[in-house]
Design a protein around this ligand. Sequence first.
Ligand code: ZN
Length: 526
Amino acid sequence: MDVIVRGAEVFTGEGPGQQLDVAFRGDRIAAVAPEIAGEAAEVIDARGLMLCPGFIDMHTHSALEAFHDPRLEAKIAQGFTCEVINPDGFGPAPVTDARVAERRAYLRPLEGPGPAEWRWRTLDEYHAALEQARPSSNLVPSIGHNAVRDCVMGGADRPATAGEIKAMRREIAKGLAAGARTFSLGLVYLPGVFSETEELIELAREAAPYGAPLAVHIRNEGAGVLEAAGEMIRVARESGAPLHISHLKVIGRPELIEPLLALIDEAGRDIDISFDQYPYTAGSTQLMALLPAWAQAGDSETVLARLADRQTRDAIATDLMEGLPGWESVYRACGPEAIYVANAAAERAEVIGRSLQEVAEEEGMSPIDTLFGILRDTRLDATMVNHYTTEEAVREVFKHPRQLIGSDGIFGERPHPRLYGTAARALGRYALREGLVPVHEVVARLTARAADRLELRDVGRLRVGLRADAVLLDPETYLDTATYDDPKRTPTGVVRVFVGGRTCWANGAHTGAREGVMVRTPRTRT
Ligand SMILES: [Zn+2]
């Protein structure tokens, strides 16, 4: 044996904890038993500690960050050893020569720039490049609707033709063959925002035979959330594909939480449905996402030209204040005092960490003009943290048995604290400290149940033969410490994190180990 962890309370991923020994040999779990005899290169006395399978983050924006900083410390430090990349329909691949510059500009605020040159075009080539970056975490790919639509139709702001739908289905099939575990959609982002329900049903038929969930950022997360969730339930029902709603929430309108969860329960009677959540009362995305879809259409030069034109700015401002049929203004729902700049290109670095309201007052402008100014000056390279709900609403969603956990962490200068805190907030604060949901239940959601959802057979459980990915925690002190004011703080209480049998985190620091694997085996056809 290389490592024996003795006497921890072991959560295998299923059921309550038991006092067991766990041994690793190479990158595998070699034994799980009440008492493991014999010697090992390293024996860890873990009495009083908790050992869990490595956590699985269902929704991450780490796909290009891995090229920049493959240690992915923000995630490893809280116990995540597996990250589902390219959610929200995004993806640096597949991409065409004609669209690569635009794709890169569009993804930059949320995903970062990636390597100096994008040499890949297909999803397979992109995965090979990621593999060469040797990340510390295992990466689980998705095939993104927006990426596929952009390949076939460019940024076109119209419904797809039958021929285009066929071509998109071919791209989705290639993505699934390249190892994608979900078909991800982001129906508020470009160009997915221009798709109609019929297109989604046709495309979902490609994912259905593989049991690959439609992992979707739904069209409306505010007043229209029930209709938007209903649309995807219909897509799942008609296509036969499982449904997984990303970062379930309601922006404003906490009274809609109960009917939303009831809708999911009802749908669960005849479709396979789950969702993930980050346990926070604020969200985070591109600052540009505040604009109505028509104002975001086209390439970034077109958007910047709109923002430079007085009349068009006035038209956008009217929509921000009044909304549009079928589109909800997050600007109006949250208000400029609750929208903070999380990251901005160097030209406007001074606004990072400040609210639109605060910056507007200083500039003597309206908050909407301030927003336009930041977007123009940064050439759209800015992100926000927007506060939209109450802690009670977050907990109501958290308690639901179909909940899984996705950090939705976005790297940047002053990120949303979910980037560093999600797992520790879920398990440490909500379960261990407050008993909101039983501890073993939250561990299952972070591990075995997530693995099953993604058809990952090699991780997610402490079981002989599986990959030696594990987290050793002190249940007394495991807690998120990242806050909105001080977001880059790693949780307390993480004693060790193992990836592929190697210690990746110990004594409050990353060891530099980079043993993550890129999942590239296709899902099986069901
Ligand atoms: Zn999203």
